[in-house]
Each structure stands twice: as structure tokens, then as C-alpha cells.
Design a protein around this ligand. Sequence first.
Ligand code: PBG
Length: 332
Amino acid sequence: MRPSQASFPALRLRRTRKSAAIRALCQENALSMNDLIWPVFVVDGTNERQEIASMPGVERLSIDQVVKAAKEAHSLGIPAICIFPSTDPALKTECCSEAWSPDNLSNRAIAEIKQAVPEIAVMTDIALDPYNSNGHDGIVRDGIIVNDETIDVLVKMALAQAIAGADILGPSDMMDGRISAIRGALESEGHQDIAILSYSAKYASAFYGPFRDAVGASGALKGDKKTYQMNPANADEAMRLIQRDLAEGADMVMVKPGMPYLDICSRTKKEFGVPTFAYQVSGEYAMLMAAIQNGWLDGDAVIAESLMAFRRAGCDGVLTYFAPRIAKMLNG
Ligand code: PBG
């Protein structure tokens, strides 16, 4: 319970909003470059930059261009970059073996970034959808996404990423038991210092549409992801998933999507007090950009406000396609 407040006129809450100086003193939360993880899409080729229609301003980049982007991110003060491969459809199979190939697109990108800009943290995504001819995050048998068999290959995928030089692994598949399996394999293979940022509370969301275009998974997906990603109606279940992933060895947790799930971010930080991240996903980016490009919203202001919301909700950081834009703003 709060102590009772003074009442008007002793209480005039506008006093702390009177000038920029006093507003600055009384500001409760702040956004900085340190809060940003920049997701980037990688494609084969050299000197290749492909626009993504549903994500204006975001491009698929060949590895040489991703390395340039990582250098730029580092010079802007962005601490981490997250790699998403747009895999050649010819390499997508039902067994998903490209996922753990040591020189798949993602692993080559990790190695080249770490070589060129060792200071930046490289995060990865662990899920089979970029490599699966079914478009699912797990192995599909007779129409069922099979949990335990998927875990075996996710572990191979995680180890390949660790060997390539990844700093933060991001299991986004939502299978049960994957965090302990990956953590156990990392420990026994000598990768005890690699962090796991688990996509613990990942919802079966309609906001991922543009991302699936970006990685070329839209056409491939058969059915939906509701047997593994969460029901958007649930909140207590998110807390159970987070508790479970932390108990299995996750170092950091994520809520995804972001803005429609700020209540989940807030509960996560309050109930667990652990490093908490939100993913401002492709559909959130697309919505804001559509309005900004129409001149309906003020871009810089609305982007900054959308990101501050995550800080207010208790997030330590945000995965956002706006990372370089907001970092430039913050750098003045
Ligand atoms: C892969 C994955 C997805 C996203 C991140 N990792 C798509 C999905 O689950 O279908 C979405 C990110 C975004 O929309 O920006 N499992």
C-alpha cells in the first residue's frame, strides 16, 4: 500500500513536469544503446542487398555486407547482433540437416563477424524453420511436430553455432526440454561460457508474417505453430515456461512478440528478476513503418516511445529492427 498523498494544492504533480531540466531529473527510465540487439537477415552471395517488401528499410544482406553492418553496429555502440539466415530453398529438407552444417550460411556469418568485429556479441536463433521443407521449427512426422527427435538435432545445431563462435544462443523452437539438453551439451563440449537467451514465452502470433517473408518460410509453412508456440490468451503459462527454462540453465529470457505482450514482460521481471528481453517483431516493425511512411506518425518519436515502453515494463533490452536508427538518434 502507498502512503496517502498530499492533496491539491499542496500536491501539484505538474511541478515535476515544469521544465525540461526538472523532467529530466524526474525521469524514471532511460533507453540507451546498451539495450539493443539488432536482428539481421543473411543471404548467399557477395555484395548482395535485397529489399524485403513487407519490412521497408530492412534488407537481406550477403555475408560481406553483414560484416559491414556489424562494424557499423559496433561503432554505434550496439552490443549485439542476431543472425537469421534466408536459406536457399534447395537446401531445405525434412531432416533439416543444413541446420547443423558447420558451414551453413548462419555459421559462416557468425565466424566472419567474430573475425572482423570480435567485440560485438553474436546471437543466433535455434529452430529448424529456415532449413525445414515444412516450414516448421521442429521435425515433422505424420503431421506431428515431434519433440524429442527435434531436441537431438537442436543440440547439434547449437554446438555448430558454438563452434562457429556465437556468444549467445537463442532457442526459439518452443520444444520441451531443449534448454537442459543444449546446456548439457555445451558444458560437456567445453562451451561453458556461452550464454542461452531462451525464447521462453513465444506466442503463436500473427505478427511474424513479414519475418517469414524475409527468411523465405512463408510459402513453406504447412499448418500453424499452435502445438508448440503459446496461446495468446495465456499469461500464467508464460511464467511456468520462464521458470522451467531458468531451472534448465537459461541465462536470459525473452518475451515475443513485444508490444502486445508488455504485461508478460512486466510480470517476468517482477516475478523472476532475471535479464529479460522483448522481441519487437517484424509485424510490429511493419505496422510502425507503414504509418511512418504514410506520414501518419512521426517516425523518430514513435520509435523511441515504442522502445521506452519495453524499458518501463522492466525489459533489460529489446531485439529490434530499429536498432541502428535508434542508436543513431541516441548518439545525436
Ligand atoms: C523462428 C523465428 C521466428 C521469428 C524469430 N525466430 C518466426 C516464427 O516463429 O515463425 C520471428 C521474428 C519476427 O517476426 O521478427 N522460429
